[in-house]
Each structure stands twice: as structure tokens, then as C-alpha cells.
Design a binder for this molecule. Sequence first.
Ligand code: C2E
Ligand code: CA
Ligand code: CA
Ligand code: CA
Length: 278
Amino acid sequence: YEAKRAGETLAVYRAEHDQYTWQRLTLIGELRQAIDKGRLDLHYQPKVDLATGRVRGVEALVRWPHEQKGLLYSDAFIPLAEQAGLIRPLTLWVFEHAVRQATAWRHEGLVLTVSVNLSVKDLQDVDFPRKVERIFHLEGGDPSRFMVELTEGSMMLNPERALQVISALHRIGLRLAIDDFGTGYSSFAYLKQLPASEIKIDKSFVRHMVEEENDAAIVRSTIDLAHNLDLRVVAEGVENVATLEALRRLRCDMVQGFVVSPPLPAAEIPGWMRRFSL
Ligand code: C2E
Ligand code: CA
Ligand code: CA
Ligand code: CA
């Protein structure tokens, strides 16, 4: 850790005139602090069943309330966390807080499945499943009410080890969703190997599917593929009613997107659920 700090300082001197590098290093330092001190936040985006109109669960999405920059969304710092070697502690922080939140909701009579996003580095850590198991043990959560979401890309680095970690998570009871489906190098061989129960169609195909026949064809094929493999399918990035109705006609199981709800602070979820109807 000391050596890492020293390396960073050296890098700073070399980049004296490089404003961008300087800002980047500052942000990395601040992010490390925020993770250490638990100064992150989770927002939760509902996932709704199209056939019944019921809320099936929520996806935890990490936020960073930054002192100067305001509330930062995942896209603004997750890639940085991955490059700076901070994603493993970040993921564990997210897990701990998601499990704690689910327990709090349960005490309010709200039973929700909660999804957590994993990163490529998490799948390379053979101790990760044990760490997750310990969190459930300490926080008193039920792993079968949780899902992990991972992208096809996160399987690319050392697929054997990744599969080992995924299988261990599955044995604990966690369910698995394939995130951003269609954007990676999808291979049916590995889809067959994974103990997945859900596929999430990437929003890049969903957003314009009403106007773009090619996007609609991809969405339709993915829904059929998922159903033929006995997987449930979620469309993400559903922004309007026309898209929602098109997905219903295609027998898509679940939707997520701004038309239903943006990601919300935990405290707003119970009220939103009372008001929600599809
Ligand atoms: P993702 O898992 O594909 O999450 C969906 C992203 O789409 C979220 O952005 C969400 O706010 C946004 N979104 C939701 N509905 C709509 C919609 O209707 N239209 C549009 N245009 N966007 C919508 P966010 O929160 O910035 O997250 C970005 C990515 O960061 C996530 O993509 C995920 O890969 C990653 N991420 C988020 N939280 C975590 C985390 O706790 N751990 C890890 N490892 N990655 C995370
Ligand atoms: Ca996700
Ligand atoms: Ca996604
Ligand atoms: Ca994504």
C-alpha cells in the first residue's frame, strides 16, 4: 500500500504539466477515501413484470456524493475504480449496503429481490464468494433473494477462474443475470455453461427499437433465445410507453427504464411502490 502511494506520488511529479493526469490522480485519491470511509450511496432501480405489473426487484446502482462535483453517477467513476484497482473494495461495500438495505425493507414488510453489479476483477478473486458469504452471515440476509449481474466481457479474462467464482456464488444461493446482453462477444457455448436465470437486453438495442427495424429484430431474437433456454428476459433502457407496449407484444418478461422509474434513493422506494401501477 505504501509502495502504491509512493508510485502515485512519482507519477504525479512526472505529470507536472499534465492537468488531466493530475485531476485523475486527485479523483482516484478521493475515491479511495470515499470507499474507505463509506461515503458512497446506492440508488435502486425497479424491475417490473410486464404480465402482472408487479415489481420483481430492484437493481443497486452506486453513486458518489462528491463534495465539489455533486452527485456522481456510476458511469463517471466505475471505469476509474476498475483501472485504479479500487473495484473489489467498492463491490464489497455495495454488497454490504445492499444486504443491509434489503433487511431494513423486509422489516417494513417489503420483500424485494436485489441485484448487484459485478466487475471483471471480482470474478478473478477466488476468495470473493467467501467474502460475500460472510456479509450475508453478518447482516442476516437471504442470498436467494439476491442476484448478481455480470457482462459477457467480464468473463473474457481467465474464463475458467471466472466460472469457478460464478459457480461458488451460485452454490451460496445467489442468482445470476447476464447484463448488457448482445454487446460482448456472445458465445452460445459459454451461455450454456453459466448457471444464469436471467438475460438483460442492452439498452442500446431497446431505446430505438420502435423506429429501428434492425434493433427490433435483435430484441425479438434475444427474447426467443432466452425463452428457448428457459431464461427470463429483461429489457433495460425502456424510456417510453410505445417501447413498453412493443416489448409486451414480444412477450418480454420484465422491463427497467425511465418510463417505469429512474434509479431512486432507498428511502423513496417504499412510497414509489405504493403509488406505482402499470
Ligand atoms: P448497467 O448495469 O447497464 O446499468 C444501467 C445504467 O443505465 C445505469 O446507469 C442506469 O442509471 C441507466 N438507465 C436506467 N434506465 C435508463 C433509461 O431508461 N434510459 C437510459 N438512457 N439510461 C437508463 P449508471 O447508474 O450510471 O450505471 C452505469 C454502469 O455502471 C452500470 O451499467 C454498471 O455497469 C456500472 N455500475 C453501476 N453500479 C455498479 C456497482 O455497484 N458495481 C459495479 N461493478 N458496476 C456498477
Ligand atoms: Ca446492471
Ligand atoms: Ca445493463
Ligand atoms: Ca451497461
